[in-house]
Design a protein around this ligand. Structure first.
Ligand SMILES: *Cc1c(COP(=O)(O)O)cnc(C)c1O
Length: 243
């Protein structure tokens, strides 16, 4: 584990240096869906502090099992509005806000617990019908709508490009997300930084860093191939992992 983590950190550093970026401007989100708590603890021992989960019930069970306040948990999966109450209790950053109704639900629930919930807007750059995310056309309007919500703070954008064998093919999607963020920033959101770009996974994170990623979400390169069913503790309704 230590070796894998060190290798990934080194690859992130190298990719940053090669394109003239400060390596500290890139945060590694270790994606722990299907990964059991014991393995997550090993990753903590190797120095990782930010963990990304895709399924709410699985995440809640593991967050409770590990119960370590040094950790930052991020939600990177598809979120339904009726789960907003749990999401605001569990996560420092929600990467996957893709509709006004979800944002409103999160805003309401964050208000109830007196929290400012940090979020990213997920954009479906490729337009694939199987992918969640708002369209490129609607992204700016969603960012502005969230900006008006008292208990949410929108920090940037997130995307998942189509899967390619060659990482270079994902570049246009990363570039499109970076351009979109820049366009939104230009129209200036007072008091809002919109600094984050969540993009890049095991197969393509170096290209994402070259295009400006500030959060890379990496699972397989750290934890190995995922099993086909999710890891669950006392979960009434286990969700199978769909690759
Ligand atoms: C699973 C997942 C990842 C990690 O993918 P790897 O290829 O295992 O690094 C990143 N982002 C999201 C949204 C995911 O669901």
């Amino acid at each position: 584990m230590n070796q894998r983590v060190t290798q990934i950190q080194e690859r992130i550093r190298q990719a940053a240096v090669l394109c003239g970026r400060n390596p500290d401007s890139i945060q590694l989100v270790a994606v722990t869906k299907t990964v059991p708590p014991a393995t997550i603890r090993q990753a903590m021992d190797a120095g990782l502090r930010i963990f990304g989960e895709s399924y709410l019930q699985e995440a809640a069970a593991k967050i409770n099992a590990i119960a370590d306040t040094r950790l930052s948990w991020h939600f990177i999966g598809h979120l339904q509005s009726n789960k907003a109450k749990f999401a605001v209790r569990c996560f420092d950053l929600i990467h996957s806000v893709d509709s006004t109704s979800l944002a409103e639900a999160l805003n309401r629930q964050a208000g109830r617990i007196h929290k400012i919930q940090n979020v990213l807007v997920q954009v479906n750059i490729s337009g694939e019908s199987t992918k969640s995310g708002t369209s490129i056309k609607e992204a700016a309007a969603l960012v502005y709508a969230i900006h008006e919500m008292e208990n949410l703070s929108v920090k940037g954008l997130m995307t998942i490009p189509p899967f390619f064998d060659q990482p270079e093919k994902a570049r246009p999607y990363f570039k499109a997300l970076a351009d979109l963020k820049e366009g939104i920033q230009k129209q200036s959101l007072p008091g809002n930084e919109m600094t984050e770009l969540s993009m890049g996974m095991t197969g393509d994170f170096e290209v994402a860093i070259e295009e400006g990623a500030t959060l890379v979400r990496i699972g397989t390169a750290i934890f190995g191939e995922r099993a086909l069913s999710c890891y669950c503790i006392s979960v009434a309704d286990p969700v199978p992992f769909i690759p």
